[in-house]
Design a protein around this ligand. Sequence first.
Ligand code: PRP
Length: 207
Amino acid sequence: MSKLTVAMPKGRIFEEAVELLRKAGLDIPPEFEDSRRLIIPVDEIGIDFILAKPTDVPTYVEYGVADIGVVGKDVLLEEERDVYELLDLKISYCRLSVAGLANWQPTDSPRVATKYPKVASKYFREKGAQVEVIKLNGSIELAPMIGLADRIVDIVSTGRTLKENGLVELEEITPITSRLIANRVSYRMKSEAIDYVVEKFASVIPS
Ligand code: PRP
């Protein structure tokens, strides 16, 4: 079977994805999670893992330097990369929502802060609402608290970050889970190896 390069997102999805791979019977060494290496070859299963920033996973896959990758649907929606979405891994459940201060009221100059400017713009455009979208790179909840924006579009998982900062969820935009994606050429040229990984994953994903 062809050797595969798999892009994995460093951060909160990573451990759940590795756990799923192990459950699927792939022999991932125990030191895998603790390593600082960014390319980890696991020769036993013929896979080189690359550890990337989550938002970059679809880029590595689109350009074919990774054959497949694991990535949140939120990133896929925002990045709009030309990749195949093969499988919903049904891990890292969360949602993309609009949130604001508990006493939020509509204003004349609405501003929305987010890490997801494309998704947010599309959402408000489709609702027919005019908003100014401000791109931030993290700690989005700060924006309404200090008056940069009146609302945010961000990931809500447990809801704890919103709660501890006096914010409330106003509208859910879409539920989010992690997906397995593939490079279009790899999917044709390395179909046997990719199908093998897909089947392994599929066997352990809850239906
Ligand atoms: C994410 C998200 C929220 C938080 C939600 O942030 O942007 O801030 O997690 O999780 P919760 O509902 O369980 O509290 P992340 O930790 O990825 O960091 P960020 O501030 O860089 O976005």
